[in-house]
Design a binder for this molecule. Structure first.
Ligand SMILES: *[C@@H]1O[C@H](CO)[C@@H](O)[C@H](O)[C@H]1NC(C)=O
Length: 207
């Protein structure tokens, strides 16, 4: 992969603000390893969007699924699918749970279609982080060069279940952990998120 800072710039090209939906409370992402890097952080250093690579593929993780269906985030979403796609011209597949995203992408001239299953013919696949049935297929897809855009939050999920090992049992983590990114059960604060031109440094997390 090119350097993380080049990747960061590709993801942030033309993004001037983080106009995220206020009623969507995200979760903090935990980054481990050298491949993963932060894309969106708040003023307290919580990572809310991150990216990484795995095998021949790439990954962008957003900490609330609503971030993937909001038209106000279109510039970032276009950058993300562009950066994720390693085979130019290959279509973007969107899981039906994120149907509005297919419309947003199509509206900007990106070939996107609803796909209930991930297929190797797709350049990028977009899905929420709650699907338990597809985790192995998604990891394989990335390994073989696919780009994965995935979003969800684990704090609400953790509150509903009695399993406290969110890092190891939340469905999204079974996918993103291979690339060093974890959804946590900490709520993320979005009141102050500034857009940085250079890749922000992540604080070392002691948990
Ligand atoms: C997971 O994805 C499969 C295949 O698209 C679908 O049949 C199933 O309903 C999804 N489950 C959830 C919880 O979204």
């Amino acid at each position: 992969m090119a350097t993380p800072s080049a990747a960061f710039e590709a993801l942030m090209n033309g993004v001037t603000s983080w106009d995220v939906p206020e009623d969507a409370v995200p979760c903090e992402l935990l980054l481990i390893g050298e491949a993963s890097f932060p894309v969106m952080l708040n003023d307290m250093g919580q990572v809310l969007i991150a990216a990484s690579s795995y095998g021949r593929g790439r990954l962008v993780v957003v900490s609330h699924e609503d971030y993937l269906v909001e038209a106000q985030l279109t510039p970032f979403l276009l950058n993300a699918v562009g950066w994720l796609c390693s085979s130019p011209g290959a279509p973007v597949g969107v899981h039906p749970s994120l149907a509005p995203l297919a419309k947003i992408l199509e509206g900007s001239g990106v070939e996107a279609k609803l796909e209930p299953e991930v297929k190797d013919s797709l350049g990028v696949y977009c899905i929420d982080a709650y699907n338990e049935t597809m985790t192995e297929k998604l990891v394989k897809f990335m390994k073989h060069g696919g780009g994965l855009l995935i979003g969800g939050q684990a704090w609400d999920w953790a509150n509903q279940g009695d399993d406290e090992r969110v890092l190891f049992t939340f469905p999204g983590n079974l996918v993103t952990s291979v690339a060093g990114i974890y959804f946590t059960d900490n709520k993320g604060d979005t009141s102050f998120c500034k857009v940085s031109k250079k890749m922000p440094k992540t604080p070392v997390l002691v948990r």
